[in-house]
Design a protein around this ligand. Sequence first.
Ligand SMILES: Cc1cc2nc3c(=O)[nH]c(=O)nc-3n(C[C@H](O)[C@H](O)[C@H](O)COP(=O)(O)O)c2cc1C
Length: 180
Amino acid sequence: MKAVIIYESMYGNTRTIAYAISEGLRPTAEFSVVSAAEATPALLRDADLVVVGGPTHVHGLSRPATRRSAADAARKSGSCLTLDPFASQPGIREWLAGLDQCHGLAAAFDTRLSGPPLFTGRASKVITRLLRQRGFALLTGPESFLVTKDNKLRAGQTMRAEDWGRSLAAGLPSETLSSR
Ligand SMILES: Cc1cc2nc3c(=O)[nH]c(=O)nc-3n(C[C@H](O)[C@H](O)[C@H](O)COP(=O)(O)O)c2cc1C
């Protein structure tokens, strides 16, 4: 079974969650973890499962303007935020817009502030919709992993992400698993 985990991250939290999800998949799948900027169409060609995640910005999925705001915040004097190496590259929205029609299984996640999704929004809901539009079938519902107001992952989130990775593997159809 082959899985590809594609992330976008400004401050590194979504990248950390992407790698934690891959740890949950490790016993079951061969996997690659790549940023949206590195996700070539060839990588998707043999994937049995595509997992896509990004940070929640302005109640949804980031856009170039929200990524610029995020980068500006990191560059302010006194900021403790560090920009991800791929922060200035196109994100998940642009990557999905550039895909041809696809097929196969997918799942979406995001990072966001804690609080009712009605108030915070969830990038993973938008990602789910865009994945469906591209022809993917969703293996499970969107999942969120939480950060503090100063952009640090809340306690327990990487463990949750590993568990979620395991639950994705457990939800795969048996014919996919036997094709390892
Ligand atoms: C421009 C901007 C807008 C944001 N808007 C929201 C929001 O509407 N809801 C929310 O829960 N978090 C919001 N956040 C917090 C981000 O979700 C948080 O920075 C992100 O999860 C961190 O992930 P990253 O380290 O991978 O960039 C926003 C952050 C930025 C920089």
